[in-house]
Design a protein around this ligand. Sequence first.
Ligand code: CO
Length: 181
Amino acid sequence: MSELLEYQLTLYPDPLLRKEAEPVEEFGEELERFVQGMFATMEKSQGVGLAAPQVGRRLRVLVLNATGKPEDALVLVNPEILERSGPQTLFDEGCLSFPGIFAEVRRPDRCRVKAFDARGLPIEARYEGFQSRIIQHEFDHLEGVLLVDRMSPADKLRNKAALDELVERYRAGRPASVRSR
Ligand code: CO
Protein backbone atom coordinates (compact mmCIF):
# COMPACT_ATOMS: atom_id res chain seq x y z
CA MET A 1 0.00 0.00 0.00
CA SER A 2 2.99 2.30 0.37
CA GLU A 3 3.30 2.76 -3.39
CA LEU A 4 0.00 4.57 -3.77
CA LEU A 5 0.20 7.82 -5.62
CA GLU A 6 -0.77 10.94 -3.82
CA TYR A 7 -1.62 14.15 -5.57
CA GLN A 8 -1.17 17.76 -4.65
CA LEU A 9 -4.40 19.51 -3.77
CA THR A 10 -5.59 22.35 -5.98
CA LEU A 11 -6.56 25.19 -3.70
CA TYR A 12 -8.89 28.14 -4.06
CA PRO A 13 -8.64 30.45 -6.01
CA ASP A 14 -6.80 28.37 -8.64
CA PRO A 15 -8.77 28.98 -11.88
CA LEU A 16 -8.71 25.27 -12.63
CA LEU A 17 -11.38 24.84 -9.97
CA ARG A 18 -13.68 27.05 -12.04
CA LYS A 19 -13.50 25.02 -15.25
CA GLU A 20 -16.15 22.52 -16.20
CA ALA A 21 -14.69 19.01 -16.09
CA GLU A 22 -14.69 16.75 -19.17
CA PRO A 23 -16.28 13.29 -19.36
CA VAL A 24 -13.99 10.29 -18.98
CA GLU A 25 -13.80 8.46 -22.29
CA GLU A 26 -11.43 5.65 -21.48
CA PHE A 27 -11.84 3.19 -18.66
CA GLY A 28 -9.04 0.90 -17.60
CA GLU A 29 -5.92 0.56 -15.55
CA GLU A 30 -4.86 4.17 -15.82
CA LEU A 31 -8.20 5.42 -14.54
CA GLU A 32 -8.17 2.84 -11.74
CA ARG A 33 -4.72 4.00 -10.67
CA PHE A 34 -5.85 7.59 -10.75
CA VAL A 35 -8.86 6.73 -8.58
CA GLN A 36 -6.62 4.94 -6.07
CA GLY A 37 -4.43 8.02 -5.93
CA MET A 38 -7.50 10.18 -5.33
CA PHE A 39 -8.53 7.98 -2.40
CA ALA A 40 -4.99 8.10 -0.99
CA THR A 41 -4.96 11.89 -1.28
CA MET A 42 -8.41 12.22 0.28
CA GLU A 43 -7.53 9.97 3.19
CA LYS A 44 -4.22 11.64 3.87
CA SER A 45 -5.99 15.00 3.94
CA GLN A 46 -8.71 13.57 6.21
CA GLY A 47 -11.40 14.42 3.70
CA VAL A 48 -14.64 12.57 3.04
CA GLY A 49 -14.83 13.39 -0.65
CA LEU A 50 -12.66 14.59 -3.51
CA ALA A 51 -13.30 15.59 -7.13
CA ALA A 52 -10.67 15.25 -9.89
CA PRO A 53 -10.33 19.04 -10.47
CA GLN A 54 -9.12 19.26 -6.86
CA VAL A 55 -6.04 17.29 -7.85
CA GLY A 56 -5.50 19.22 -11.05
CA ARG A 57 -7.39 17.01 -13.51
CA ARG A 58 -10.36 18.31 -15.49
CA LEU A 59 -12.15 14.98 -15.41
CA ARG A 60 -15.62 13.98 -14.28
CA VAL A 61 -14.47 11.68 -11.50
CA LEU A 62 -15.29 11.85 -7.83
CA VAL A 63 -14.51 9.67 -4.84
CA LEU A 64 -16.03 9.66 -1.39
CA ASN A 65 -16.32 7.74 1.81
CA ALA A 66 -18.88 8.97 4.31
CA THR A 67 -17.82 6.67 7.17
CA GLY A 68 -14.15 5.83 6.56
CA LYS A 69 -15.00 2.11 6.37
CA PRO A 70 -13.49 0.44 3.29
CA GLU A 71 -16.89 -0.94 2.22
CA ASP A 72 -18.29 2.60 2.01
CA ALA A 73 -15.73 3.83 -0.52
CA LEU A 74 -17.57 5.07 -3.59
CA VAL A 75 -16.27 6.13 -7.01
CA LEU A 76 -18.54 7.95 -9.44
CA VAL A 77 -17.28 8.48 -12.98
CA ASN A 78 -19.28 10.73 -15.33
CA PRO A 79 -21.99 11.13 -12.70
CA GLU A 80 -25.38 12.61 -13.46
CA ILE A 81 -27.73 13.70 -10.72
CA LEU A 82 -31.08 12.55 -12.08
CA GLU A 83 -33.14 13.89 -9.23
CA ARG A 84 -32.75 15.73 -5.94
CA SER A 85 -35.50 15.35 -3.37
CA GLY A 86 -36.41 15.28 0.28
CA PRO A 87 -36.25 18.02 2.88
CA GLN A 88 -33.72 20.81 2.53
CA THR A 89 -31.09 20.37 5.21
CA LEU A 90 -28.36 22.66 6.52
CA PHE A 91 -24.89 21.30 7.18
CA ASP A 92 -21.53 22.82 8.00
CA GLU A 93 -19.49 21.85 4.93
CA GLY A 94 -15.74 21.90 4.53
CA CYS A 95 -13.71 21.44 1.35
CA LEU A 96 -10.12 20.27 0.81
CA SER A 97 -9.64 23.19 -1.60
CA PHE A 98 -10.55 25.61 1.23
CA PRO A 99 -8.40 24.46 4.16
CA GLY A 100 -9.75 25.59 7.52
CA ILE A 101 -12.96 27.05 6.09
CA PHE A 102 -16.45 25.84 6.91
CA ALA A 103 -19.83 27.15 5.91
CA GLU A 104 -23.44 26.11 6.31
CA VAL A 105 -24.89 24.97 3.01
CA ARG A 106 -28.50 24.10 2.31
CA ARG A 107 -29.14 21.09 0.06
CA PRO A 108 -31.92 18.58 -0.51
CA ASP A 109 -31.42 15.44 1.58
CA ARG A 110 -31.64 12.85 -1.19
CA CYS A 111 -30.36 12.37 -4.70
CA ARG A 112 -30.61 9.76 -7.42
CA VAL A 113 -27.45 9.28 -9.41
CA LYS A 114 -26.41 7.57 -12.61
CA ALA A 115 -22.68 7.02 -13.15
CA PHE A 116 -19.99 4.46 -13.92
CA ASP A 117 -17.49 2.84 -11.60
CA ALA A 118 -13.75 2.93 -12.31
CA ARG A 119 -14.04 -0.14 -14.56
CA GLY A 120 -16.84 1.32 -16.61
CA LEU A 121 -19.70 -0.64 -15.06
CA PRO A 122 -22.91 1.36 -14.81
CA ILE A 123 -24.27 2.43 -11.43
CA GLU A 124 -27.71 3.79 -10.69
CA ALA A 125 -28.55 4.41 -7.06
CA ARG A 126 -30.26 6.62 -4.51
CA TYR A 127 -28.35 8.28 -1.73
CA GLU A 128 -29.43 10.18 1.35
CA GLY A 129 -28.03 12.01 4.34
CA PHE A 130 -24.30 12.58 4.61
CA GLN A 131 -23.46 10.47 1.56
CA SER A 132 -25.91 12.40 -0.60
CA ARG A 133 -24.52 15.67 0.71
CA ILE A 134 -20.95 14.70 -0.18
CA ILE A 135 -22.03 13.62 -3.67
CA GLN A 136 -23.80 16.95 -4.25
CA HIS A 137 -20.78 18.90 -2.97
CA GLU A 138 -18.33 16.95 -5.15
CA PHE A 139 -20.63 17.12 -8.15
CA ASP A 140 -20.54 20.91 -7.83
CA HIS A 141 -16.76 20.72 -8.38
CA LEU A 142 -17.29 19.07 -11.77
CA GLU A 143 -19.34 22.11 -12.77
CA GLY A 144 -16.85 24.62 -11.40
CA VAL A 145 -19.11 25.51 -8.48
CA LEU A 146 -17.36 26.02 -5.14
CA LEU A 147 -18.12 26.23 -1.45
CA VAL A 148 -17.64 29.99 -1.57
CA ASP A 149 -20.54 30.23 -4.07
CA ARG A 150 -22.88 28.40 -1.70
CA MET A 151 -22.00 30.43 1.40
CA SER A 152 -24.42 32.83 3.00
CA PRO A 153 -23.24 36.45 3.12
CA ALA A 154 -22.78 36.00 6.89
CA ASP A 155 -20.52 32.96 6.42
CA LYS A 156 -18.57 34.80 3.74
CA LEU A 157 -17.95 37.61 6.16
CA ARG A 158 -17.04 35.24 8.98
CA ASN A 159 -14.53 33.48 6.69
CA LYS A 160 -13.25 36.63 5.01
CA ALA A 161 -9.80 36.63 6.60
CA ALA A 162 -9.23 32.95 5.74
CA LEU A 163 -10.47 33.44 2.17
CA ASP A 164 -8.27 36.51 1.72
CA GLU A 165 -5.31 34.54 3.00
CA LEU A 166 -5.87 31.80 0.42
CA VAL A 167 -6.01 34.42 -2.35
CA GLU A 168 -2.87 36.04 -1.01
CA ARG A 169 -0.99 32.74 -0.85
CA TYR A 170 -2.10 31.84 -4.36
CA ARG A 171 -0.90 35.19 -5.71
CA ALA A 172 2.41 34.77 -3.94
CA GLY A 173 2.78 31.30 -5.48
CA ARG A 174 2.92 29.52 -2.16
CA PRO A 175 -0.36 27.70 -1.78
CA ALA A 176 -1.20 26.42 1.66
CA SER A 177 -1.34 22.96 0.17
CA VAL A 178 -1.55 19.63 1.93
CA ARG A 179 -2.02 21.31 5.25
CA SER A 180 -4.04 18.77 7.15
CA ARG A 181 -6.52 19.84 9.71
CO1 CO B 1 -14.94 20.56 -2.15
